[in-house]
Design a protein around this ligand. Structure first.
Ligand SMILES: C[S@@+](CC[C@H](N)C(=O)[O-])C[C@H]1O[C@@H](n2cnc3c(N)ncnc32)[C@H](O)[C@@H]1O
Length: 247
């Protein structure tokens, strides 16, 4: 199966593809002072929902990039239908290889820190695209309780892949960065994010029951549901962090 297909199917119903609601992202945007002069770069933008929500509410403009041909394709369709004239450039690109001469006021990556091997590497990578004194915004899981060995195996992570909440804060304030805001997801937000994936798969099963990928997709989703409900829901949180860079 194409490596991006599972995520296409399981995230087909998502606008925002992480466990933070639109209301919380508006709050983040308010706190970091987005306005029509703000330029935002969103790496791993998914369906570009955050950029579009922020453009609609605050008038900010910017660039979104995503490596999945499915997600960026949906982002193009959604933008064409909703905000055809908005100054939002959505590019099909890999975050690791992306280069630009522009320096942004806000540089974000929500839910894809594996691109730079975790939270610390991501904050440094994002900072390289930002203006001095700009903002880096990062969405990252954190441990609430000890995970089981089965859970670590299923997620293909170690205990050291993620940190506890204050561990994230400590990494965040390295290199002269200052903490501005943290929005931690609620259990309801996690449930919605996870279970919308099961619903997305059910949509495919109903509309295209002969899809050749369906058995493999189902097996993978069943394992993911079991991992989430047996451990992930109680041991892992997700938070969006905003840090101000030094001038
Ligand atoms: C959990 S989703 C988050 C999407 C978006 N940030 C959001 O919160 O709505 C992770 C995204 O990372 C993208 N992605 C994965 N690896 C990537 C890479 N190397 N470069 C750019 N995007 C990548 C996936 O296609 C997916 O859209």
């Amino acid at each position: 199966m194409d490596q991006w297909r599972y995520f296409e199917v399981t995230h087909a119903r998502h606008g925002i593809m992480n466990p933070i609601s639109a209301a919380r992202l508006f709050e983040v945007g308010d706190v970091i002072g987005l306005d029509p002069t703000t330029r935002v770069l969103d790496i791993a933008c998914g369906h570009a929902e955050m950029l579009m929500l922020w453009h609609e509410r605050f008038g900010c403009t910017g660039v979104g990039i995503d490596a999945s041909p499915y997600h960026i394709g949906r982002a193009w369709e959604r933008k064409a239908a909703r905000l055809p004239d908005a100054d939002l450039d959505l590019l099909h690109a890999d975050g690791q290889e992306f280069a630009t001469n522009e320096r942004f006021d806000v540089v974000a990556c929500l839910g894809a820190t594996w691109i730079w091997d975790g939270f610390a590497g991501t904050l440094s990578a994002l900072a390289a695209f930002a203006k001095p004194g700009g903002i880096v915004l990062c969405g990252e899981p954190y441990w609430i309780a000890e995970p089981t060995a089965d859970y670590l195996r299923h997620e293909d992570v170690t205990r050291a892949t993620f940190h506890e909440l204050d561990g994230c804060r400590k990494i965040g304030v390295e290199d002269g960065r200052e903490l501005i805001w943290m929005a931690g997801s609620t259990t309801e937000e996690w449930d919605r994010y996870e279970l919308l994936q099961a619903a997305g798969l059910d949509d495919l099963a109903r509309t295209r029951p002969d899809d050749p990928d369906l058995p493999a997709l189902r097996e993978r989703r069943r394992a993911a549901d079991a991992a989430y409900l047996s451990c992930g829901r109680r041991c892992l949180g997700f938070a969006v962090w905003a840090f101000r860079l030094p001038r």
